[in-house]
Ligand binder design. Structure first.
Ligand code: BGC
Length: 248
């Protein structure tokens, strides 16, 4: 079966039909730039361009970089325009897509669902935590494969700051940190904090940096849980969004 998946990110809105049996894109994905300001109307236009590019007419799963309840309502918008808060994104996008059924899901939850099924978390029981280290930090917590949605561990307090402002990939770039400095003083400290709270068996690190894990994972010591990079990389959000839409 195929369902369309869209990933709304800080720089791009990407999407493709997803082959749910393989957990992979059925066609090469299409991307448009995320408008700035990333208001609901402007982003909805971007989503429409991506979906229309394929002439798609079936169900659509869409990721959002904030808390999403019931597959529809946006509750927080840390790194996109504030006007998203309390928007019924399912209704907005559904209408813009000419009445297609839409499911909206937090971006890290979507990536986590895909990794647990097709990637680094396959067949893993117990507590597994996926963290996406990107513009912000997203989290997806699983217990025996079942997702606890909207966990928002990126906003834990770390050294008196919002953790994502210290340990995200953007923080590393903004403050010109070496991979080693970032790994030792930011990511390791953050993982130790999350480990203290949840004692997971496994951490899966996702986001763009998952492709560069050799540059920083070797510096992360003293964490009891196993730490592995995400495997689906850039497509995890698209695949996971489609999987959530299929469940609905
Ligand atoms: C948001 C999360 C999101 C993460 C990654 C955070 O700022 O609060 O909901 O998953 O960024 O985009």
């Amino acid at each position: 079966m195929q369902i369309f998946g869209v990933d709304i990110g800080g720089s791009g809105i990407k999407g493709a039909p997803v082959d749910l049996d393989k957990g992979d894109l059925a066609q090469e994905r299409h991307k448009v730039l995320t408008p700035h300001p990333a208001t609901p109307e402007a982003v909805a236009d971007g989503v429409k361009q991506v979906v229309d590019h394929f002439g798609w007419t079936g169900p659509v799963g869409v990721t959002f970089p904030g808390v999403v309840t019931d597959g529809a309502t946006i509750r927080t918008a840390a790194n996109v325009d504030d006007s998203w808060i309390d928007t019924d994104a399912r209704a907005l996008l559904g209408e813009r897509l000419g009445g297609l059924p839409v499911t909206v899901v937090n971006d890290a939850d979507a990536a986590g669902v895909a990794e647990m099924h097709f990637g680094a978390g396959r067949d893993r029981r117990g507590t597994v935590i996926l963290l996406t280290l990107g513009t912000g930090i997203g989290s997806a917590v699983f217990v025996d494969g079942v997702l606890v949605p909207n966990t928002e561990l990126g906003h834990l307090e770390l050294d008196g700051h919002d953790a994502e402002k210290r340990a995200s990939s953007k923080a590393r770039e903004d403050h010109d940190m070496t991979w080693e400095h970032w790994a030792v003083h930011r990511v390791r400290k953050y993982l130790a904090h999350v480990e203290m709270l949840f004692s997971p068996e496994l951490f899966i690190l996702g986001g763009g940096v998952s492709r560069k894990s050799h540059k920083f994972l070797p510096y992360i010591e003293g964490i009891k849980a196993e730490i592995v990079p995400a495997q689906l990389q850039n497509n995890a959000g698209i695949v996971g969004a489609a999987m959530r839409a299929a469940e609905r």
